[in-house]
Design a protein around this ligand. Structure first.
Ligand code: ADE
Length: 249
């Protein structure tokens, strides 16, 4: 899986790639992430990447030329990407389904270019010219697309075989099944007067599985009932949900 990130703050991206699962994926050669300083694609003395907005108003807009030049250089040096993504609060919402789509675009690993906007945004013509889709990581405004790019890289990379050691744990993550995850406990069995649920100490795998599924359903019903509409639920799940709803009232 290959990522190219275009940013005016390369060190922000590099810092986010330097630890944990992503850094191990890079070291293992499963992930290939190149970070590009947008200012390297400017041609003026001041290395300017922004300019005042046509039509007036506050803030600055990212100039089109450096961004288009950066995309062209990436295409030549690293090949034609499967998708160019501009991180922006105006984008479509990034979620687990989008992460799965982006990780699976191409067998053997997709190639994504991530453009990190700053200021009021990028000149609209860039999006058309480089064929970018806009993606938002949530309904809030960040100071730039860098943190959002790291979020996308992390969530997409986890789905690439060989990045997370335990594939089972990725499959059981929240949202992979369409539900929130069940609660987790480790030793000691009692801590600060609070005990781990008995069933988890019982060694009855089928009972543990049943308890976890019901706890996941209970959490999802409580915190994110919207997810239940598209989650894959069987008869047992529906019965458990009915029971949970009845016990609430
Ligand atoms: N840039 C600023 N805010 C953002 C958001 N919510 N998602 C993606 N990119 C952004």
């Amino acid at each position: 899986m290959k990522f190219d990130v275009v940013t005016i703050f390369p060190r922000m991206i590099e810092a986010g790639l330097a630890e944990g699962v992503i850094s191990r994926g890079i070291a293992a050669g499963v992930l290939d992430v190149a970070v590009h300083d947008l200012r390297d694609f400017t041609t003026d003395r001041h290395r300017s990447v922004d300019d005042v907005p046509y039509g007036g108003g506050p803030g600055m807009v990212m100039k089109p030329e450096p961004l288009v030049r950066a995309c062209e250089a990436i295409r030549q040096a690293r090949g034609t990407p499967d998708a160019v993504i501009a991180l922006s609060p105006q984008g479509r919402q990034f979620d687990q389904a989008a992460a799965a789509r982006l990780s699976g675009i191409r067998n053997g690993g997709a190639h994504l270019v991530l453009l990190c906007g700053r200021y009021e945004g990028v000149d609209e013509r860039v999006l058309d010219l480089v064929g970018a889709e806009e993606l938002s990581i949530g309904d809030y405004v960040l100071s730039g697309g860098e943190l959002a790019a790291l979020v996308v890289i992390d969530a997409v990379s986890r789905l690439v075989p060989g990045v997370v050691g335990d594939d089972q744990s990725v499959q059981e993550d929240s949202f992979s099944s369409g539900l929130l995850d069940h609660p987790h406990y480790t030793r000691p069995a009692e801590f600060a007067g609070k005990a781990v649920p008995d069933v988890l100490l019982s060694g009855h795998h089928a009972e543990v599985r049943k308890w976890r599924r019901k706890a996941a359903l209970a959490r999802t019903l409580e915190r994110r009932p919207d997810l239940l509409e598209s989650a894959a639920l069987d008869e047992g799940d529906r019965a458990a949900l009915d029971e949970l709803r009845r016990s609430k009232t």
